[in-house]
Design a protein around this ligand. Structure first.
Ligand code: NAD
Length: 336
């Protein structure tokens, strides 16, 4: 059994904790609480051991009995999944994980240079084998890497993508916009270079903007390819790759709202959709002296990175068969 601790029990951390608890080869040792909130209350009700980071007064006042502090958690685990806010993961590597010689996964808010290895299971599982520190790339980068990796069989020469990003997560009352479209004022945006942290040969250029929605990001992608392609070839390539779902007009899955409703109806935990959803009718191919393929995809920001964390735990603790790990993880999530 791989003993896993979660540091940072928020949007990503709580999902990874539940996913770890579902794996037959893993044991959830415990989760941290930085302060008391409904998240801590839920962890407590689920019977997860809670370890404090900083002052435990707030927890005790609210009836939570911590099992110890973060240092106690580190003594009991084989690996930590750190899902703290941007920059804290990097600090925690220096402050806790290196001195205690504990392996750790950090998330996409951190920079690639912090670990030197960035991970998307179906693209580069082997690169994480037995590593001490690995970064799971952001939700957007995960989405782009999954589909571009599947489509690279057509020899992609360059990619142009626009990322239409949700303004905030559903439970987030601090961010927005609530009545604006906000462009990312850097050209190209930083998302392209991040894809190259996993797919180093991918010549990708991105622009990005945020919109008033909490339900998924949407990417529009145009790729130049060497090989002549048609729409059916693209559908076949995407359908045969893992963690990508083709959604169709006939199903009335025409928007991010309907995709999330679909995930709820499927009985997915929290209504999550960890697969990248590509609209069948928004796949195009042009061969007019040049070969281009075009598509639009929806990325569920709260959940697409969660199976990646599970596969990365296996890789870093020495499980060599990436394909098998992906299958085990998919089965536990109900991903076909
Ligand atoms: P979050 O704010 O929802 O959760 C962070 C958790 O960490 C909270 O429970 C907070 O109390 C705790 N925390 C804060 N400071 C801490 C500290 N010093 N020590 C221990 N715990 C601390 O954040 P999130 O959205 O889950 O993001 C976590 C990471 O995942 C970030 O790197 C982010 O970029 C990345 N990520 C987020 C999303 C998303 O859509 N939310 C998607 C992919 C990747």
């Amino acid at each position: 059994m791989i003993k896993v601790g979660i540091v940072g029990y928020g949007t990503i951390g709580k999902r990874v904790a539940d996913a770890v608890a579902m794996q037959k080869d893993m044991k959830l040792t415990g989760v941290t609480a930085h302060s008391y909130s409904f998240n801590t209350e839920v962890a407590n009700e689920k019977g997860y051991k809670i370890f404090t980071v900083g002052d435990d007064g707030d927890l005790k006042l609210n009836g939570i009995k911590p099992a110890g502090d973060i240092n106690n958690l580190l003594e009991e685990v084989d690996i930590i999944v750190d899902a703290t806010p941007k920059k804290v993961g990097k600090e925690n590597i220096e402050k806790y994980y290196k001195p205690k010689k504990v392996k750790a996964i950090i998330q996409g808010g951190e920079k690639h240079e912090t670990t030197g290895t960035s991970f998307v299971a179906q693209c580069n599982y082997d690169e994480a084998l037995n590593k001490d520190f690995v970064r799971i790339v952001s939700c957007n980068t995960t989405g782009l890497c999954r589909t571009l990796h599947a489509l690279n069989k057509f020899d992609i020469t360059s990619v142009h993508a626009t990322l239409i990003r949700r303004g905030a997560d559903p439970g987030d009352i601090r961010h927005g916009p609530i009545n604006a479209v906000v462009p990312v004022l850097e050209m190209p945006s930083h998302h392209g270079p991040d894809v190259r942290s996993v797919l180093p040969k991918c010549q990708i250029f991105t622009t990005a903007l945020s919109v008033p929605s909490t339900l998924m990001h949407v990417h529009t992608v145009i790729a130049d390819v060497k090989k002549k392609v048609n729409v059916d070839d693209v559908i076949d390539a995407l359908s045969s790759a893992t963690r990508i779902r083709i959604v169709r007009n006939a199903e009335h899955l025409r928007s991010t709202a309907e995709i999330i409703e679909f995930a709820r109806d499927l009985g997915r935990q929290r209504g999550d959709m960890p697969e990248i959803c590509v609209w069948k009718e928004a796949i195009g191919a042009v061969s007019n002296g040049y070969n281009k393929l075009l598509y639009m995809q929806a990325v569920h920001q709260e959940s697409d990175v969660v199976p990646e964390n599970i596969d990365c735990i296996r890789a870093m603790t020495g499980f060599k068969d990436g394909q098998k790990s992906i299958e085990m993880t998919n089965k536990s999530f109900g991903i076909k």
